[in-house]
Design a protein around this ligand. Sequence first.
Ligand code: PMP
Length: 357
Amino acid sequence: MSNWEKNVRKVVPYVPGEQPHEADMIKLNTNENPYPPSPKAAEAIRRVAEEDTLRLYPDPTAAELVQAIADVYHVSTKQVFVGVGSDDVLAMAFMTYFNSDKPILFPDITYSFYDVWAEEFRIPYEQIPLDENFCIVPEQYFAENHPNGGIVFPNPNAPTGVELSLSAIESILQNNPDVVVIVDEAYVDFGAATAQPLLEKYENLLVVQTTSKSRSLAGMRIGYAIGNEKMISYLNDVKYSFNSYTMNQTTIAAGAAAIRDVEYFRKTVKKVIETREWSKEELKKLGFSFEDSKSNFIFATHKSVPAGKIFQALRERHIYVRYFEKPRIDNYLRITIGTREEMQTLFDFLKDYLKEG
Ligand code: PMP
C-alpha cells in the first residue's frame, strides 16, 4: 500500500440493489412503485424547462417544495427539511445528531445503509437483534437497558416489512429523553401509522419520509424530514455547510406538484396495497410464508426450495427480486409489489418452477 493510501478513509460501501435495464424485465427488486408519478409532476418539469430559469441557480431553501410538504402534513415550514432522497436526509441526520461517544442503536436486520453511514462518520453503533418474528423489541432500546447515543430504525422495517406500533415507538421515546430518535418512514404510506403525531410531545423525534416509494419519484431523488423547529435548524446548518444547492429546479417543482396531488397519491397507494394483499394469498398457495407486511414488498421464505435457488431461476427469466446473503435472512426473498399483471407473471412462473423443483 502506498503511503498516501494509508491516510485514506476505508469504508465498505453499500451499493444499492442492482438496477438492470432489460426490455422484458420485471423489476421487483428495489421497492419502486410500479405506477407513474402524478402527471402534475411531469407538467411541473416541462414548465421549468420552458421557463428561462435553468441557467440560474435554484432556490437553496427549496421553498416551493418545503411549503408543499408543510401544507400537506399540516406543519410549519420551519419543521421541514428536504434532501436528495431520504438517503441524503438520513446521512445528514446521522452527521448532525449522532455526536456522542456512546453507540447509536439500530436493528441487526435493517436498512443496509445505517452501518455504512455510522462507519463513514465514525459513529459507534450497536445492532440490536429482532425477535423470532422479526419484530423490534422496544425495551432493548431503552437507555437504562442500553446506554446509547441515539436511535434509528425504519418503520415498517426493511427488508422485513414488519410494523412497530405507535405505542412501542412512544415507549422508546419515553425511555430515551436525552438522545435523538429517528424513525425512517420510507414505507409508511402502505398501511403503517406515521410517528408524526408524536412530534408534539417529543422534541427529540425526527420523522424521515421519501417520495421514492408511495409517490413514484425514485428517479427524482427527494426525501424529507419533519421535526420540531430547533431540530430542523440544526439539520439545515449541517446541510448548508456542505452544499446549499442540492435540490435542483426540476426536483423542487416536480416534488412540490407530486406532494400536493394527494388524490393521485391515495389512489396509487390503494392499488399497491390491494395487489399486496392478493399477492400474500397467492404466495401462501405456492408454499411461501412471511410476517405481515405493511410496506410495498413481501419478505417471504419457501417451505422447501432455498431462496437462493428461486432467486437464480427468477433471474434467468428476467424477473428481479432481492436476495440477501446474510445470516438469518439468507432463505428469504424480498419481493416488491408490482402491477397485478407483473405479479401474475411471477406467480405463474413460480407455480411451474416449484412444481418441477
Ligand atoms: N430508508 C429505507 C428503509 C429504504 O429502504 C430506502 C430505500 N432503499 C431509503 C431509506 C432511501 O430511499 P430514498 O433515498 O430513495 O428516499
